[in-house]
Design a protein around this ligand. Structure first.
Ligand SMILES: [Zn+2]
Length: 159
């Protein structure tokens, strides 16, 4: 899945978590930043991705959609973020959720994801540059808009 799709779905997730947690404006901004970074982080293993461009994973022998796109990376990062963010568990929840969401979105593409790297590849039919990928992006935008409206409605005590 492409970067724009990962970003919009991650931000929608961040807005929803912030809304349900009745987060302050500063906390919401922090959660959105974490959602943004965590939602793009798995692709650090791709040399042309946002973070991979700096990291140059291929120089370290890291395979694209290998370890960084597996349950093992989720477990490792959960442990690291637990140490970093504890006791602020909202950061942990958004970070792990956005990272996992990235893997779920990649799973529906033909390349798929090796959840139990190096085995257990699961894939789907949605090509990253196809019309269905565009539909997933639009769904993410709609979800983001709903999340924003839901967030405002909670602040105005509509629900
Ligand atoms: Zn990816």
């Amino acid at each position: 899945m492409n970067g724009k799709t990962h970003i919009i779905w991650s931000l929608a997730l961040g807005v929803l978590v912030a809304a349900f947690a009745h987060a302050s404006a500063i906390m919401t901004a922090q959660l959105l930043l974490i959602a943004f970074v965590a939602g793009l982080l798995p692709d650090i293993d791709h040399p042309k991705s946002t973070f991979g461009h700096w990291f140059k994973a291929v120089n370290y022998g890291v395979k694209h959609r290998g370890f960084m796109h597996s349950i093992w990376a989720i477990i490792l990062l959960t442990f690291i973020w637990w140490k970093l963010f504890s006791p602020e568990n909202l950061f942990l929840i958004v970070g792990v959720s956005a990272y996992t969401l990235h893997l779920l979105l990649d799973t529906i593409t033909p390349s798929g994801v090796c959840w139990l790297y190096p085995v257990g590849r699961i894939s789907g039919p949605i090509k990253s540059d196809g019309i269905l990928s565009f539909v997933v992006l639009i769904l993410g935008i709609v979800l983001f808009a709903i999340a924003i409206l839901f967030s405002f409605s909670l602040q105005l005590h509509i629900f």
